[in-house]
Design a protein. Structure first.
Length: 494
């Protein structure tokens, strides 16, 4: 899982410019009763789109009706799932297998096609498979595939993804408890929903309780929040931390998602790249923090960044989305890992010595979506997977309680909050209340483009010389312009 988040944070590039797949638009009007036979889509309309930030067209047609589920007949004997690691496979085996509609799986076996993300390998392999979908043998067709937030729009604004409502048969009532932003990510330029997620990923500020008590005189989340509730106060606390030899954050990238996920518009509009004021604000703040010694000059995922998460690591806090606690901070702060026989209990490193608060700005970071692929011969199974793993409140509550993965179901989260949920890693804190509030504030309407991953990565990378004082901001910006227009030859930038 941590590997996934490295991709989201900016370790790899989105190689769409050289994609073998061509862009396409096109809402599938009239496809309201698919049996999985959506291969009538033209061969050049398969796969990734390089656009994705078009204005939504005025809706003049009738509202899409859910597919007739009786017509969703499985004809394939192999259900092929494309993903980049084993996280979804583990969720599937632990939470779906026992609840699945076994009649749908009669005679059908599952085949996990796992291609690691490094070097854009996953997207390359997926694109190749999607391009061949119409001519592939029945049991070699892609049935389900996964995408991440930073490149989801590449697939959403294409015919690669089935219409969740009109072709897969999920109803709006099924979806009523999901967070709106998780659906916005997977909604195309015509308003068609193309994928669903089992998780929501609002972010918080996770802080070292020992340093909070030492410097601020309290580790109480409400009292700490009051002292860092905006960026001015956050900077004031950063100076107090520095005076005690503690870094406020670890490195250059730590606050990035707080800004990049609060932009006013997409990176790219009509083929033109725009530096949003929030992106510029991140660069300005990070330069200030670097010059004043408020950060340790690290980069996400490097050894020094990880080392700061030890309870004596001299870093006050980290901005993490929901996945950051179980998959990153928790294992990194332990003295003895679970594989080494370490107990998940206070006394093992920093376990129980971290707390969470909202921080100066609400944000989200990452997420994984499941998508039904056009031409699948097992759409009925995809419908069952989506219903069980993204809409079933009982299953969602189990995942959150057992895995600390914040699930995309308001009813499930409310059930846990009302039941007195506590997180022992956070000293018994019920951080779901904070996450629930943060998730409701996420708004991605009109803010997503197909180029987000590449733009985020290239901008962060270009600014590092500026933060280190070897180039000016204008020189760093010129480097970004050169790199991003080379990566995406169809884009321009003033």
């Amino acid at each position: 899982m941590a590997q996934i988040k490295k991709i989201l944070a900016g370790a790899l590039a989105l190689c769409m410019a050289g994609s073998v797949l061509t862009a396409c638009g096109g809402d599938k009007e009239g496809d309201t009763g698919s049996t999985g036979g959506s291969e009538s889509k033209t061969e050049d309309a398969k796969g990734g789109s390089e656009g994705g930030n078009e204005e939504k067209k005025e809706d003049t047609k009738e509202e899409t009706k859910p597919a007739d589920t009786a017509s969703l007949v499985n004809t394939g004997k192999v259900y092929n799932v494309y993903c980049w690691n084993t996280e979804f496979k583990e969720r599937f085996e632990k939470y779906y297998e026992g609840a699945k509609d076994t009649a749908l799986w009669d005679g059908v076996t599952i085949n996990w096609v796992i291609n690691p993300n490094e070097g854009n390998n996953y997207q390359t392999k997926l694109d190749e498979a999607i391009k061949k979908q119409s001519s592939a043998a029945d049991d070699e067709k892609v049935d389900l595939f996964l995408v991440e937030a930073d490149y989801a729009m590449k697939y959403v604004n294409s015919d690669a993804c089935l219409d969740v409502i009109g072709e897969i048969g999920i109803t709006k009532d099924d979806l009523k408890d999901q967070y709106k932003y998780t659906q916005d990510v997977m909604t195309d330029s015509n308003g068609t929903l193309k994928g669903l997620s089992w998780q929501a990923t609002p972010g918080l500020f996770l802080y070292n309780a020992e340093y909070a008590k030492e410097v601020l005189g309290t580790d109480d989340p409400d009292e700490v929040q009051a002292q860092i509730s905006d960026w001015t106060k956050f900077g004031e606390v950063a100076q107090k931390m520095k005076d005690k030899g503690i870094f406020m954050v670890s490195g250059y990238d730590d606050t990035y998602r707080c800004f990049s996920n609060n932009v006013s518009g997409p990176w790219v509009t009509d083929g033109k790249i725009t530096i949003d004021p929030q992106i510029k604000a991140w660069a300005d703040q990070t330069k200030e923090y670097s010059d004043k010694g408020y950060n340790n000059g690290t980069s996400l995922w490097d050894p020094a960044w990880t080392a700061g998460q030890k309870i004596d690591g001299k870093v006050f806090g980290y901005f993490f989305s929901t996945w950051g606690i179980p998959f990153t901070l928790l294992p990194n702060t332990l003295d003895k890992s679970a594989d080494e026989g370490g107990e998940m209990a206070e006394g093992n490193g920093g376990y129980g010595k971290w707390r969470a608060c909202k921080g100066p700005q609400s944000y989200f970071w990452g997420g994984t979506w499941i998508v039904g692929c056009f031409g699948s011969d097992n759409v009925a199974i995809t419908r069952d997977v989506m219903l069980k793993l993204t809409c079933d409140a009982d299953i969602m509550a189990q995942i959150t309680e057992n895995e600390q993965d914040y699930t995309n179901n308001k009813a499930a989260i409310k059930k846990l909050i009302d039941g007195g949920y506590t997180n022992p890693f956070l000293g018994g804190q019920n951080h779901l209340v904070l996450l629930s509030d943060a998730a409701e504030q996420i708004d991605l309407t009109g803010k997503v483009s197909a180029y987000d991953q590449g733009c985020n990565e290239e901008f962060q990378g270009a600014m590092k010389d500026y933060f280190q004082g070897t180039v000016t901001y204008d020189e760093a910006l010129a480097k970004f312009k050169t790199n991003i227009t080379t990566k995406y030859g169809d884009l321009t930038m003033d």
